[in-house]
Design a protein around this ligand. Structure first.
Ligand SMILES: *Cc1c(COP(=O)(O)O)cnc(C)c1O
Length: 403
């Protein structure tokens, strides 16, 4: 086999379909969020970032940076091992305690990413619980899909956010069989939110555990900010809450929060937890400082929601087609991979506005979009410039306007 040719041809296919991924080369500017330097075509430009998952700007917040710098000076750079072999630093212990309290669970467990948290936890449950059936929302994130696939559980996929379909599928399975329902709270590509209480009703009716990915909600919803499960008053009905420290928390890493026995079980049997070196202590210190800050500052969440609502209202008034998001994410529909990339390129080159195009396989073909994420730090002047830029790009490219 000509290996090089094989790789080159697959890449050429992607280019033909207009979905070859080009990374924007950025240098984030601590203290100047949401602006960044953008290295392109041999030049450096100041751009406004409108698609970051650092949803609240905590990745540059002084309390987080101070905590990380102090931890580096006290403990050094790396953790020095897996959690079992010399890698458990006191900051990890404090952070796990904080995550448990935040999510009103007995215990929590850290992973090196939200991806690994989902993949390892679901795979381990599937491999270790004999005869487990996992019911998975059709739009679940790849990390959950992979975790479920890699385990031995029988997989059932229910229609997105459809509790009747879930109930129908669960009814078809042996009532005595162990079951788990896996879903997200906020679906970040469409901006919709799961009917958590109704999912819990169905799960409880069938004696199933519940697994909720709060990656796009933790830090941002609920008075203490732990997520939509808190906001909707269902935390005590969720068996396993999963989240990330890399989005609104602003650092990196993932977690689950659950009962002491379940957490201890994943700690003891989960390969992606056991066989990977622990997060650097400074990462845990930064995430800890971030969560403690977020718990106490609900006004940052109120401002975040106001910014998102304002942007949605203004884009709608300008005739720009949006998906009906009920959260902080603003999905602007283009519906064509090549045009979506072109719109993104034009915004960057002509207006120094950075919004990454979202193409297949992240979203279905024909639903390509610009996914805009306003933060509390995007001010009115930035929003004015975004509105002008999008309106001009829409008419230059002849893109679809809202009906
Ligand atoms: C980003 C994401 C993850 C993975 O979290 P990381 O910490 O970035 O690895 C998991 N679930 C969902 C829904 C995500 O969007």
């Amino acid at each position: 086999m000509d290996y090089e040719q094989f790789f080159a041809e697959r890449i050429a296919d992607l280019r033909r379909e207009g979905r070859y991924r080009v990374f924007a080369d950025l240098e984030r500017q601590a203290g100047a969020f949401p602006t960044a330097k953008n290295y392109r075509d041999g030049t450096v430009q100041d751009v406004t970032v409108w698609c970051s998952n650092d949803y609240l700007g905590m990745g540059q917040h002084k309390v987080v940076l101070d905590a990380m710098c102090e931890a580096v000076r006290r403990c050094g750079a790396g953790a020095g091992g897996t959690r079992n072999i010399s890698g458990t630093n006191h900051y990890h212990v404090l952070l796990e305690e904080e995550l448990a309290t935040w999510n009103r669970k007995e215990a929590a467990l850290l992973f090196n990413s939200g991806y690994v948290a989902n993949q390892t936890t679901l795979m381990t449950l599937g491999n270790q619980i004999p005869g487990l059936h996992i019911f998975s929302d059709a739009l679940n994130h790849n990390s959950m899909i992979e975790g479920i696939r890699q385990g031995k559980a029988t997989r059932h996929i229910f229609k997105h956010n459809d509790v009747r379909d879930l109930d129908r599928l669960m009814t078809s399975v042996d009532p005595e069989a162990p079951k788990l329902v896996a879903f997200e709270s906020v679906y970040s590509m469409d901006g919709d939110i799961a009917p958590l209480a109704q999912i819990c009703d169905v799960a409880e009716k069938h004696g199933a555990m519940t697994y909720c990915d709060e990656v796009h909600a933790c830090g941002m919803y609920g008075t203490a900010g732990s997520g939509v499960c808190e906001r909707d008053g269902v935390l005590d009905r969720i068996t396993i809450v999963q989240g990330t420290l890399a989005k609104a928390v602003g650092v990196v890493g993932g977690y689950i929060a659950a009962s002491r026995a379940l957490t201890d079980f994943i700690r003891s049997f989960g390969p992606g937890f056991i066989f990977s070196s622990a997060l650097p202590p400074a990462i845990a210190a930064g995430a800890l400082a971030s969560i403690r800050f977020l718990k106490e500052h609900n006004e940052i969440r109120e401002r975040h929601q106001e910014r998102a609502a304002t942007l949605k209202r203004r884009l709608t008034a300008a005739g720009i087609p949006l998906l009906p998001s009920v959260c902080h994410i603003v999905p602007v529909m283009v519906g064509d991979a090549v045009l979506c990339k072109q719109a993104s390129d034009d915004l960057l080159r002509s207006y120094n506005i950075y919004v990454q195009p979202i193409n297949y396989p992240t979203v279905p073909k024909g639903s390509e979009r610009l996914r805009i994420t306003p933060t509390p730090l995007h001010d009115d002047a930035m929003m004015d410039r975004l509105l002008v830029a999008i309106t001009e790009v829409w008419s230059q490219l002849g893109l679809q306007k809202a009906a």
